[in-house]
Design a protein. Sequence first.
Length: 232
Amino acid sequence: MSTDTITDDGLYRLMAWLSPAYPVGAYAYSHGLEYAVESGAVTDEPSLIAWVEGIVAFGSPRLDGTLFAHAWQAVNDRDDDTFRWTAERAAAMRGSAELALESRQQGEAFLKTVRASAPAPELDRFVTLLQGISPSYPISVAMAAALHNVPLRAALVAYVHAFAANLVSAGVRLIPLGQMAGQRAIEALRPAVLATVETCLRTKPTELGQAASVVDWTSMKHETQYTRLFRS
């Protein structure tokens, strides 16, 4: 099938799955941003944009987006070995305990909801392949998208956008900022999101990686932060 053309049915599913209302608890995670605000690294709209842009370009969205693309392709091809290989790396390649928890809990919540509300014929078989592997969020969404014939490019754009938008939402609450500042930030992040999607689509499995060590550090510092609103 095409990796570019999306049907109305596929668009509807993406809008539901990656909506803030979908019960994966994304609102509860700041991906280390809470400590970045606490420490003074992020204090206003421009610094929030710069922080999230750096994460999108070099951090989890770049790594997870690449894993997402390869998992989607593996499911689409019914390549069980590659799917399991990708899922193993998605579960292991986390910079801190909190970031691992964030991805694992959202992945588990996503799968639970999809299986209850929109099961696909082979979904249970692919879930069985994850035995012994924590289902990370990108793998869970990629698996559902492929099994429901949602094209890769559209699914990946929606996934990376949702990640960036969730961090902007956290920043609006933490700094705090107004809603218009949040919308300006999301628009400002559009080129970075689309560029990261293109990078993910052409990155080979042997080139997996990320370079956002400061985010890993803020996540680790968040583990012992005295006052916390978010789980990461």
